[in-house]
Design a protein around this ligand. Structure first.
Ligand SMILES: [Zn+2]
Length: 206
């Protein structure tokens, strides 16, 4: 399995999208990379998985979904944020983000659901806090943590549908989870071992 970290300068916020490639299967985690950039790395896409529905993570979702005609997975709870510029924060960037409400292939997942493509099994973990429907994806030993957990810090909880209390429970959950590598929605990648202190610190803070 190969994991590519993709950034796009056209995205106003430095956001990490990830391409997970396993044999002939290719999955995109978050859609913060433009179609033109994405096409440099792959000719096919089997699915897009969204960690949450914030603007910077769904910015190019429409054009990617139309071009590759592949399913898009988001947690049931964050689904409505796709279509609300208040909830997806597009409004903060001074743009009313016009999302195509006719996403042809939108699928929602529940907590602990396993999405499979070929030999690739992706466990969806609901980790509310940053948003009510924030999710992490566990693929083998790799945790794609969106804006729930970063290298050396955690996601903001002062946004619409955020909850500090829920985030704490989610971090507790991640603390008990088996994974080696951390791939967050922003900033550098890290490891479980390296983030041990970070997670413990945020579990102590009220
Ligand atoms: Zn976010």
């Amino acid at each position: 399995m190969k994991i590519l970290t993709l950034n796009d300068r056209k995205n106003v916020i430095e956001q990490n999208s990830y391409l997970v490639i396993d044999n002939d299967i290719c999955i995109l985690i978050d859609a913060g990379i433009s179609l033109d950039e994405l096409k440099k790395y792959t000719k096919k896409l089997d699915a897009v998985l969204l960690t949450h529905a914030h603007y910077d993570h769904i910015l190019f979702l429409n054009e990617i979904e139309v071009f590759f005609n592949c399913p898009v997975y988001v947690s049931k709870i964050d689904e409505k944020a796709l279509y609300s510029s208040k909830l997806n924060l597009a409004i903060i960037f001074g743009k009313v983000f016009k999302f195509n409400t006719n996403l042809e292939n939108l699928e929602t997942f529940e907590d602990n659901e396993i999405i499979k493509f070929g030999n690739l099994a992706m466990t969806c973990l609901l980790t509310p806090g940053h948003t009510a429907g924030s999710s992490c994806f566990l693929i083998d030993n790799n945790l794609f943590s969106g804006d729930t957990l970063f290298a050396d810090t955690v996601g903001r909880t002062d946004l619409p549908t955020s909850s500090r209390l829920e985030q704490k429970s989610s971090l507790k959950r991640l603390d008990s989870l088996n994974f080696n590598n951390l791939y967050p929605g922003h900033g550098r990648a890290s490891t479980r071992a390296e983030q041990n202190e970070n997670i413990k610190f945020w579990l102590l803070v009220n």
